[in-house]
Design a protein around this ligand. Structure first.
Ligand SMILES: COc1cn(-c2cccc(C(F)(F)F)c2)nc(-c2ccnn2-c2ccccc2)c1=O
Ligand SMILES: [Zn+2]
Length: 333
């Protein structure tokens, strides 16, 4: 569904989202479903402590989907992938996080880019957009959280309205922290803290500060998980990311500005080298640290290393691997 012109992609996109919608609902319900039935009517989806109204959960999820734009990358499909990555990450670590944290992590993932227009924070600030006048830092991430609260406050959408007001405030605080953590500008400080705890072996999951920093880099790991997918998916997804980057660069040129090199389609020949740098600076350290804390996540590190190797081959014009030829055959089918 990702080959051909955007129109074809869109058809494929819709086909995928219908099945992903059902899949996502089952993922959601499975994750939140308790191991034992509560003594509540069947239309409640229960965990051991908290029960969700099934109809509200579906209504909320569909409204979230509706509030993603049809931009090349930052659309519902990205939000779904990020949430699915978090679901798989939590699947092995059920016991170290509370149910409320797990629910907040999943909801934060599907909401983390709500109403994204396909432009970076730097662009929003540089061109003095309305949103940039509302928030001084993490412009889009603060907007994404605000959109989340707005949807929750719509009639029949508040999936957390069964919680006491203190617990409600707590879960919204979690969701805000998790969404703000997806601002790449926060990545280095969050990652540095967790790496330091690991290096001096003082990491303590019971320590709220340590817990928050780990959850922050887990959000980054899910948000950037396209970097840790196997080569055919990584390569196709990067092409889509750059479709969005170049659209921003084109608009910036139209406004008389000079876009970042990675946003300038006249620099397209530098894409492989840019990927090697981005993966080495952000992704390899990120998945490396997570693999130390959660060994079951080491495939994400291995895939990232393999992708660096493949982009480096392309950057130096070295012959493509068999796997590369395989990819091109998939595109033709
Ligand atoms: C050069 O390649 C790339 C550069 N950026 C990037 C993005 C923003 C800022 C910067 C900063 F470094 F300039 F701040 C770099 N993001 C990605 C990427 C890979 C997966 N998601 N995702 C992403 C993440 C966030 C926004 C768009 C795309 C990427 O592949
Ligand atoms: Zn994102």
């Amino acid at each position: 569904q990702l080959s051909g012109n955007w129109g074809e992609k869109r058809k494929g996109y819709h086909a995928i989202t219908r099945s992903s919608e059902l899949f996502f609902r089952s993922v959601c319900l499975f994750l939140l479903l308790c191991t034992r039935p509560c003594n509540l009517p069947l239309n409640y989806v229960c965990t051991t402590q908290h029960c969700f109204d099934h109809e509200k959960l579906v209504r909320f999820t569909l409204s979230v989907r509706k509030n993603y734009h049809k931009v090349p990358y930052h659309n519902w499909w990205h939000a779904f992938n990020v949430a699915h990555c978090m679901y798989r990450m939590l699947d092995h670590e059920q016991e170290i996080f509370t149910e409320l944290e797990r629910q907040a992590l999943i909801i934060a993932c599907i909401c983390h880019d709500l109403d994204h227009r396909g432009y970076t924070n730097q662009f929003m600030v540089k061109y003095e957009t309305a949103l940039a006048s509302l928030y001084s830092t993490s412009v889009m991430e603060q907007h994404h959280f605000n959109q989340t609260v707005t949807i929750l406050q719509q009639d029949g959408h508040n999936i957390f309205d069964h919680l006491t007001s203190d617990v409600y405030k707590q879960v919204l605080g979690y969701i805000r922290h998790y969404i703000l953590a997806t601002d790449l500008a926060q990545f280095f400080s969050n990652h540095k803290q967790v790496t330091r705890f690991c290096a001096d072996q003082t990491f303590n999951i019971e320590n709220t500060y340590h817990r928050n920093k780990l959850q922050a880099i887990m959000m980054s790991a899910c948000d950037l998980s396209a970097c840790a997918k196997t080569w055919p998916v990584q390569k196709k997804t990067v092409e889509i990311i750059y479709e969005e980057f170049y659209a921003q660069g084109d608009l910036e040129k139209k406004k008389g500005g000079v876009p970042l090199p990675m946003m300038d389609r006249d620099n397209a020949h530098n894409l492989p080298k840019e990927q090697v740098n981005f993966l080495r600076i952000f992704c390899e350290p990120l998945y490396g640290t997570l693999a130390v804390i959660f060994p079951h996540l080491s495939p994400l590190l291995e895939n990232t290393k393999d992708n660096i190797h493949k982009w480096d081959n392309l950057a130096h014009g070295r012959p493509t691997t068999m796997w590369e030829v395989e990819t091109s055959r998939i595109e033709k089918d």
